[in-house]
Every structure is written in structure tokens, then in C-alpha cells.
Write a protein that binds this ligand. Sequence first.
Ligand code: G16
Length: 539
Amino acid sequence: MLQTIQTTPFSDQKMGTGGLRKKTKVMMQPHYFENFIQSIFNTIENLNKKTFVVGGDGRFYNEIAIQKFIKMAIANNVSKLIIGQNGLLSTPASSNILLKYKTDGGFVFSASHNPGGINGDFGVKYANETGGQIPTSISDKIYAISKTITEFKFYEMEDIDLSQLRKFKIENTEIEIIDSVKDYVEMMQNIFDFEALKNLFARGFTMKFDAFNAVTGPYAQKIFEDILGAAKGSVINYNPLPDFGGKHPDPNLTYATELLEIMNTPNSPDFGAANDGDGDRNMILGRNFFVSPSDSLAILTDYHKIIPAYKNGIYGVAKSCPTSTAVERVAKALNLPYYEVPTGWKYFVNLMDSNRITLCGEESFGTGSSHIREKDGIWAVLFWLSIIAKTGMSVEEITRDHWKKYGRSYYLRFDFEGLETEVADKLMQDLEAKLPKLAGLKFDDFKVETAHPFVYNDPVDKSSTKNGLIVKFEDGSRIVYRLSGTGSSGATLRVYLEKYSKNRLNEAPRQMLDNLLAIAMEIAEITQRTGKKEADIVT
Ligand code: G16
């Protein structure tokens, strides 16, 4: 039965860098989710002609959110929904389906790498027909509507069984429940040389992939174990669970403890990797060896010609501003067009759509290419496995070889979490005001060359975005300050440090960056303003 339900607006439904992300309990408030979805629907014309892809990473509230979404889509007369079996779809799989079947948008219910459960986070990622997350112009519109919304449409009915692959119609809405994994696997088979990868595993190569009990388990088991022949048990924590089995599905040195323990033993597997909750982020490990995401992007770029999909060349490459400059050196050496964009995958999308770039990546463990319009965790793993299969080198050898050729960007990110929003905003404002006075100043051995906000002028849509503050030193070292856009409460200050060396290749990053960290703390008055003497998380 169709219902129009009266509601009152919420004031906090502004999307961040990864969609709308909130504490699960905030999302569970009566009408909170419904208001947001209706606000999106209200920005879309001719819903009766639109098809949307729908899925999630399996976290707590996923099932309820999907059922609500279906009922609202029917009530809003949406033409068709393509839904992942059991409500599961990784973000990259959703982007692929969205593009492959030429649909009008996609919804992934996930708070990405943030923890799940009733005391964790929940989120909505909304992509449009580009396959990527919507531009700011649209999210601003949705936010404006969410602040004045007075009613939403709902179709009262029994929940739908999402466990069977089938196609049916309710009122005017066609619903198709599809295999969540099949199209994604086909896409990967079209990009990589699966025969070469099968041979690698046939030769006894070993790996562990940690899916953190989130959405990538079924994708990873199918690809690595069933198709490529990796030993059973190569994929750990493969079962998507509502609370991720208590794990924090953030693939980095802080949270991937189980995998790190496995990889840091003398008899470890040859290769280790992890993906985040919704499968768009990746971490790459060798035996007792970590590859920084910035280096990973540079290395993949350098080796692109060995991958069938890129063997005839790539358009260009891009990184987000805080990502290290390693990839810039590769782009220069290979004579590739190179771009630096603000943090947020959506900024890469225009560059991909206009054939300016093929590969791109971010320090925040995201790497991808124009095969879809999101970053892609399993794609990055297959790319690394392909390099190993081709060169016969280990992860560590490949990375050290890269440093020998190009020099090394020592790189770390320091996160100061749980700050009061006003304190964090004021710190950034005051720092920005101070930047012009920093040029020419000397801190220890570091002389400031330039200090300015990062401003990006999009070459395609001509929009201008300011995000982050950069202090660059004469030796090429950089400090970048930025507030996170993916938190669910309070503010997180991120401080990104980079120091380049052509010859010193074997130092511990922390040692190389300690002086710079002290300078970064001093310039932004971090301790005085936040009370924190050190970062909460270092990655
Ligand atoms: C999202 C965006 C990424 C971006 C990240 C930044 O990632 O999709 O492009 O790098 O946020 O996070 P923050 O603003 O906290 O630094 P995800 O994986 O959370 O969707």
C-alpha cells in the first residue's frame, strides 16, 4: 500500500568524501534514513525511467536499510532495481554493474573502512550514471532538500526475499536480484592475464587475503581460490558478518593485525593483502614488508605495460594532493600526463571520463583505473600478483628495485582523532592565515619554499576546490594538513609528511620523518590547541 509519510528534517545530512556516514544509532533514528533517500530521489527527474543498482557491505542495518530502500523506490515509481544477492555488493562491483548495464545510479550501504555494528558506523554511498560518486553540486542540492523535507513516500509490504536470483515486478518497479560476484569476475578476467596468474599459484606461490568478515570474502574466494588456484584458506575472515566479527575493516598497519602477524613470520606466505569493508581500499604486504599506498601507485604505473588491458598504453595518471610524489617521478620518466586532485575519488572521475587519465590512487589505501569509477581493492591485488608473476621478484624486491630507480619518498600519515569540530576548524583557519608568513622561514634544516592552500581547478567542469594546506620545503619535503571527510562524529586532523631521498633507501620512515613531525606540530600548534602530544593513529 502506497503511503505518504509526514516527517521533520534533520540538519546533519551533508555528505562527506565517502557519502553520508554516521553512527549507526544516528542512522537508526525514525525517518533519518528515509528522509535522506527521499532527498536524493527528489533531485532526480523521471524516476519512472530510472534504473538503480543496490547493495551493501553486509554490515549491521544493511538488511533493514535495503528493505526500506526497496519500499521507497517502489513508492517513488522507480523503473527498476538491480540488487546484489543477499543485499551484498562491493563498491567496485556496484560501479561495474552500474556502467555495464548503463543504469542511472547506484546505492551502496556502507561506512567503508569504519567499524560496523550497532555501536559502529553506517553509511550511504550514492553514485550517478558516471559510475562514480556524485559531484559536490549535486550533494549540495541533496543537503539543501534534506533540511526542508516534510514528507517521504513509502510502500507498505512484507520484506522481500533477497536470497534467490530472480526477476519480478511490484507495482511499476521491476526488481532483479543478481549474482553479486559474476560480473565483477568477468571484468577482472578481461583486464588481467588469468592464465599467468594460475601458473603462478601452480608453481606453489602462497598468499593470504584478509576480507575482515566484510563484503570482499565471496569475491576473493571465487577469484583467488576457485579460479586462480590459491590454496584453500588463502582468504581469511571471508564470511560477511553484521559486526565484521568485531574487526575494524580498515586495511592498514593499525587495524590489519591478524594479517600482519601472519606476514611477519619467517615462514609467512609470499604475499599478503587486505581490503576494507566495501572492497575499494587495499593494503599490499610482502614477507615482513609493507608497501606504502603512494609507492604502490607509482609501482603499478611503472609496470602498466605488462597488464593486457594497459599494454597499448595509458592516457595518464593522477594522485590526490596528500599522496606522496612517488608517482609524479614515474609519470615524468614515462612521459605520461599527470594530475594532482583534491582528496575524494570523485575528482578522478572527470579526468577518466575525458580520457585524461587511466590510473589513479590515494595515500588512503585506494588505487584504481578507469575500468570503473571507484577505487578497486581486488583489482590492485591482481595487479600486484601480475607483476610478481611477470618478474619473478618478491613484493620487497619489486619495491626496493623501484626505490633504486627513482629514489624513495619516506611517507607517513598522522591522525589526531576525536577533536571538537570547532577546535579543528579554528586550527585550520588560523594556520591558513599564517601560511603566507612562513615562506623563507627555517625550521632546523628545513627551509620553507612555499606554503599555501591546495586549490584544484578542474580542467573539465571548470569548478574550483580548496582542500588541505601545504607547506613545502626547499629539499622537496612536504607537510599537508587536512580535516578528514569520512568521520561519523567529531573531527580528525590528518597530517601527511613526506621526505624524499635519492640515496638513503633503507631507513625507518619514522626516523626519517621525526624532525618534520615536530615541525608540523609546531607550525600548527597542535598540542596547544588540541591537548594531544602525539597522533592517535599513524599509517
Ligand atoms: C573516501 C573517498 C576517498 C578518500 C577518502 C578520504 O574513501 O572515496 O576517495 O580518499 O574518503 O578519507 P578522509 O576524508 O577521511 O581522509 P572511502 O573508502 O572511505 O569511501
